[in-house]
Unconditional design. Structure first.
Length: 342
């Protein structure tokens, strides 16, 4: 009996456990009900009762030694698995590609616009996208029957009292109104932001887009100051060889008013489908701030004058990067966006 116990003890001590499979094999060999240690306990009934306590102690020590080795090996395997999960490298796994994000082309262009105008002395102002009809239309000298007030052009938010005087702003001009109401001249500010118009989506227009407007009010500000500012901006934005022209136009909030065109980037002014064979592309509207707008904001038009301008950032992005469909800017197609990663 002693020889059997000693042989199994030596076998327990000699076993090396390095994997979960070997651990399970050890348990089945020594610790289960039909294992070799349990079989020795069954043979105790065949031994002389006077000798049973001695053999029982040997068997208990053997079982405890086997259980102790099993627990130590189990804990070591669990700790090793945890370390491998946290710090190890499984060379059998496929490689992981790192995707580096980049600034959207519209934000790149908007950032360049901000830097150009900031260098000219303009500060940056922002305002809420949900505006009142007063700030969006009335304060800007829009007549009550102006087409822009029609539901076809504006997204109105109907209030509980049934009045359509809360809306998604159609331009960033309300920010100019807020600035003029809060600050005294001289004022030199640009107002970038997102605007909304109820328009049909096409290659040249979208229902939501980005706009940047500028405002300068001081004593003796003239149309010549406006032209100089626009000339400087376009040369820095589109290159020194770009051609520029001003066309008379009408806006309720400026008088006189003009629209600004640049030579077509695709045909060089020769005429193509993008510029509708004209050789020119419109980039902004501008003009001298209307006296009524200044009066609405508490500024004396006899003492001060100013100019304002506004342009679509998305359309400028199309011009700068020679993209022929504005919808590409909003489809989140990674094939297009990754071309602008820096």
């Amino acid at each position: 009996m002693k020889e059997s116990v000693e042989a199994i003890r030596q076998e327990v001590n000699a076993v090396t456990i390095k994997s979960a499979g070997e651990l399970e094999a050890f348990r089945l060999r020594f610790l289960v009900r039909k294992g070799c240690v349990a079989s020795l306990f069954d043979k105790l009934r065949e031994i002389d009762p006077a000798e049973r306590p001695e053999y029982g102690k040997l068997l208990n020590d053997l079982r405890k030694a086997a259980e102790r080795k099993y627990e130590e090996a189990r804990k070591e395997l669990e700790a090793s698995s945890s370390r491998k999960t946290r710090h190890g490298i499984d060379l059998t796994l496929p490689g992981r590609r790192r995707f580096l994000g980049s600034e959207h082309p519209v934000q790149q262009v908007l950032g360049d616009m901000k830097r150009i105008f900031s260098a000219m002395g303009f500060t940056i102002a922002t305002g809420p996208e949900l505006e009142s009809g007063s700030n969006n239309f009335d304060m800007l000298n829009f007549p009550p029957d102006h087409p822009a007030r029609d539901m076809q052009d504006t997204f109105f938010i109907r209030r509980r009292d049934g009045e359509d005087d809360i809306l998604l702003r159609t331009h960033t001009s309300p920010v100019q109104i807020r600035v003029m109401l809060e600050e005294k001249p001289p004022i030199r500010v640009i107002c970038p932001g997102k605007v909304y118009r109820n328009e049909a989506i096409s290659a040249r227009s979208y229902c939501v887009f980005h706009q940047l407007e500028g405002l300068y009010i001081d004593r003796k500000v003239s149309f010549a100051d406006l032209k100089a500012t626009i000339f400087s901006f376009t040369k820095q934005m589109f290159g020194s060889d770009v051609q520029l022209r001003f066309r008379p136009s009408f806006f309720p909030f400026t008088e006189p008013s003009a629209e600004v065109d640049v030579s077509c980037y695709l045909c060089g002014g020769k005429g193509c489908r993008v510029c509708k064979q004209s050789g020119w592309l419109e980039i902004m509207g501008c003009g001298m701030v209307h006296p009524n707008v200044m009066r609405n904001c508490g500024i004396d038009p006899d003492d001060y004058s100013g100019f304002a301008f506004g342009m679509g950032v998305d359309r400028t992005t199309l011009l700068r990067y020679r993209i022929d469909d504005i919808r590409l800017l909003f489809e989140n197609d990674i094939r297009m966006l990754e071309q602008f990663s820096q």
